[in-house]
Design a protein around this ligand. Structure first.
Ligand SMILES: C[S@@+](CC[C@H](N)C(=O)[O-])C[C@H]1O[C@@H](n2cnc3c(N)ncnc32)[C@H](O)[C@@H]1O
Length: 258
């Protein structure tokens, strides 16, 4: 993040999702607002064809998150928190009448998103609220008040945080029984199993983590976060490969993450 500027990577992630709608017709992740919120003409997105591996990964991680959310909602979840939301569009096409959505993001990115929404004519539903937070300078606990357990989606943010920013945020999420989180991040080869280490190129993984209740408030600290981080890596890679790549004719072992 550059001071006073919206996240450039939020624009890139949104562009991958938009291009996926045009180039793969949303085969992994269908998002009717992806092109509109970006504001780039569809024919320009055709030029993104060569960046297929990353595009499929971005589509898969978002699909993974929304599938996991669907399961949580079926289980009674009534709150979604999108951490580092960027141009994510879930809150504007939320199909669950009882699900409240909070978008948390850096204030500069959030201001830009709200301008883009207005320009694109995308309405902000009453179920959606915004909270501006800089994860590196502010505590999520101070800024985000929740009156019950929530499902957190935290995509494309971890690689940009310091270890402290990561641990604090995951500690907050893990600190309340009933919370769940889906997040992704860069992998270090030593943390991967033999199959993953043998891959041509290691990209990123995505996973769901459900802190096991009961969680004592004192347990929401770095060691717990570190344990979660180790657990999600292999788990998430296998899920992404099994569930989504075949939908786009992808060969995961050659392209992304596995
Ligand atoms: C790669 S974008 C991902 C956006 C969105 N989650 C997606 O998948 O399209 C990274 C997001 O992290 C946010 N971010 C990065 N550093 C941050 C920080 N220190 N505090 C709050 N948000 C931050 C950016 O504003 C941006 O929205």
């Amino acid at each position: 993040m550059e001071s006073g500027q919206p996240s450039r990577t939020a624009g890139s992630a949104a562009r991958y999702r938009a291009a996926h709608q045009i180039l793969e017709h949303g085969a992994i992740f269908a998002d009717p607002l992806a092109v509109r919120i970006l504001g780039v003409p569809a024919d320009e997105l055709l030029a993104d064809a060569p960046r297929r591996a990353m595009r499929l990964f971005i589509a898969a991680r978002t699909r993974f998150a929304e599938d996991a959310l669907a399961g949580a909602v079926a289980g009674g979840c009534r709150r979604l928190v999108v951490l580092g939301a960027g141009l994510d569009t879930f809150g504007y096409r939320n199909p669950y009448p009882d699900l409240a959505v909070v978008e948390v993001d850096h204030p500069d990115t959030q201001a830009w998103k709200r301008r883009r929404l207005a320009e694109a004519g995308i309405a902000v539903p009453e179920s959606l609220t915004y909270v501006g937070v800089d994860f590196e300078r502010e505590s999520l606990a101070d800024r985000l008040r929740l009156d019950g357990p929530a499902f957190f989606v935290w995509l494309g943010v971890v690689p940009y945080l310091t270890r402290q920013g990561f641990d604090e945020t995951l500690g907050f999420v893990a600190g309340r029984p009933g919370n769940e989180v889906v997040f992704d991040g860069q992998q270090v080869p030593e943390s991967l199993g033999a199959e993953a280490r043998g891959a041509h190129r290691v990209g990123a993984g995505v996973a769901a983590v459900r802190p096991a209740p009961p969680v004592h408030p004192d347990a929401a600290t770095a060691p717990r976060a570190a344990r979660c981080r180790r657990e999600w890596i292999e788990h998430g890679c296998v899920h992404a490969r099994q569930r989504y790549w075949s939908a786009a004719g992808g060969r995961a072992h050659r392209t992304v993450a596995i």
